[in-house]
Ligand binder design. Structure first.
Ligand code: PAF
Length: 273
């Protein structure tokens, strides 16, 4: 893959790269479509990265509908699919990782302390293999997107990181490969997430600037659903992930909530609300 990409670059072809863990949905397809608009060649990777899962997490159960993913990529005219084996990415003598400091320890990092180190490490490896001109990530994974942007800047990675809007089901649930785990009651209850974010937007639009008040109203709404167990709800600066007391522009209102065994995340970026 590295040789193929190097040869494409020598020919002056721009490469748009979409890293994924497979189980593709419309959110991934929107990234591929943007990559297609911006670049001559599109590379997609499918790799369920073991080092971003903790031992008790869903690495084994993570959906791998590889046969269903392929036609979706063909339909989008993806030029190359890179699907390495875990043993090739992490051979026995693998010893190096990318450390993500404080931004990887807050929000989702509290319950998943090694997750973002695993993400940053695999994404760096993939970037070094593909050598893209631009790489595409979803706003749904806002903390991941912020960390990767920061990492690309901090480590002088010479390409653009583009973050595309969250794609939602018609009823408002943010698309995620993990939504397939939800039973029908949990799926129904999970709609409270986009409703809570909508409530936050309305409160802010009507002048509420106190972050704690917004968070408390969101918590109260989410707690009306029996299957919901709040992990966190936070309002942070979207560039630093530091908590804010007063909601202004460029704040990220983000949450993680468990429905049964399934942990869902969602967020809203404030821009002149
Ligand atoms: O967002 C994902 O699917 C993964 O975290 C990524 C970026 C492909 C790294 O494994």
């Amino acid at each position: 893959m590295q040789k193929i990409c190097a040869a494409l670059k020598r020919k002056g072809r721009t490469i748009g790269f979409v890293p994924t863990m497979g189980a593709l949905h419309k959110g991934h397809l929107s990234l591929i479509q943007q990559a297609r608009k911006d670049n001559r060649t599109i590379v997609v990777s499918i790799f369920v990265n073991p080092i971003q899962f903790a031992l008790h997490e869903d690495l084994k159960a993570y959906p791998r509908p590889f046969k269903k993913d392929i036609p979706l990529l063909q339909k989008e005219n993806v030029d190359f699919l890179f699907y390495p084996q875990a043993e090739k990415m992490y051979p026995e003598n693998f010893r190096t990782s990318v450390e993500v400091k404080v931004m990887g320890k807050v929000l989702c990092g509290v319950s998943r302390p090694d997750h973002f180190c695993g993400v940053a490490t695999v994404v760096t490896k993939l970037f070094n293999i593909i050598q893209p001109d631009a790489a595409y990530f979803g706003q749904k994974d806002a903390q991941q997107a912020t960390i990767i942007r920061r990492m690309a800047d901090d480590l002088n990675m010479p390409f653009k990181i583009k973050v595309m809007p969250t794609v939602r089901d018609t009823d408002g649930l943010a698309l995620s490969s993990r939504n397939v785990y939800l039973n029908s009651q949990e799926r129904q209850d999970s709609l409270v997430l986009s409703k809570a974010l909508g409530l936050a937007r309305e409160l802010i639009r009507h002048g509420q600037r106190n972050a704690l008040c917004v968070i408390n109203r969101m918590k109260a709404l989410i707690r009306t659903k029996k299957t919901a167990k709040i992990g966190y709800i936070a309002i942070v600066d979207s560039r630093t992930l530091n908590p804010v007391k007063i909601v202004g522009n460029n704040c990220l209102i983000c949450l993680a909530v468990r429905f049964g065994k399934t942990r869902l995340i969602d967020n809203l970026l404030t821009r002149g609300e």
